[in-house]
Design a protein around this ligand. Structure first.
Ligand SMILES: *Cc1c(COP(=O)(O)O)cnc(C)c1O
Length: 224
């Protein structure tokens, strides 16, 4: 099915993009997005050495994480508040938080588990109406308000770029997210991560400073 070749190809591209940007490859984490694939296929990816996996549905996260322990699971999808009770116990990082009411519930669940939940704030950099995420101009007040949650650790920003034929045309989205991170890092030193870059655009995301890539299709294509 070519899973090993796909993974090797993706890593090679990451390495080359990192080199172009004078970055250390070790600073870039690959999250394999398994939303389209079976537990068996995800297990093969574990055997091939992948350590971080992402799901965008709470139910699927729960199922796969129970079937595949010993690796780190990431929640990357739209958050429904009533599903947070399943997301918190099963996520190393929640990538897609952008409402205070979500943080209220995450904090409560994390507190019950005596866990510090790592969270990324989803930012709608491109400004598309259909996209989730907080607007850049609202970040400042959001961060101020978010400081009160004792069991939440905000570790950076996440964004989804628009899907385009030529990813060069959305380079500015990734650059903007990095600039926002740099801007707020002074007051919030824990904001280090940039979760950006998918199958179509990860090389450009690496060049612009991504520390976490969320890649599905490029890894699992041609498989089951
Ligand atoms: C599906 C998904 C990805 C991976 O997309 P690919 O194009 O398959 O690499 C990344 N991030 C999120 C939030 C997703 O839902």
């Amino acid at each position: 099915m070519g899973l090993a070749e796909n993974i090797e190809f993706v890593y090679k591209n990451i390495r080359q993009a990192a080199r172009r940007a004078n970055r250390n490859e070790a600073d870039i984490q690959l999250v394999a997005v398994t939303k389209q694939v079976s537990i068996e296929t995800a297990q093969q990816a574990v055997k091939l050495g992948l350590k971080n996996f992402g799901e965008n549905k709470a139910q699927e996260l729960l199922k796969k994480r129970q079937a595949i322990p010993g690796v780190q699971w990431h929640f990357i999808g739209r958050i429904q508040t009533n599903k947070i009770k399943y997301i918190v116990p099963n996520s190393e990082i929640i990538h897609s938080v952008w409402r205070i009411k979500e943080l209220v519930e995450i904090d409560k669940r994390a507190c019950n588990l005596k866990k510090i939940q790592q969270v990324l704030i989803e930012v709608n950099v491109s400004g598309e109406d259909t996209k989730a995420g907080i607007r850049p101009e609202d970040l400042k007040s959001f961060l101020k308000e978010a400081g009160r949650f004792k069991n939440v650790k905000l570790i950076g920003f996440m964004t989804m770029a628009p899907f385009v034929e030529d990813p060069e045309s959305i380079r500015w989205v990734f650059r903007k997210l990095r600039e926002l991170r740099d801007e707020y890092q002074g007051n919030y030193p824990n904001l280090v991560h940039l979760s950006m870059g998918m199958s179509n655009d990860y090389e450009i995301a690496v060049e612009e400073g991504a520390t976490i890539l969320r890649i599905g299709t490029a890894i699992f294509k041609g498989g089951s």
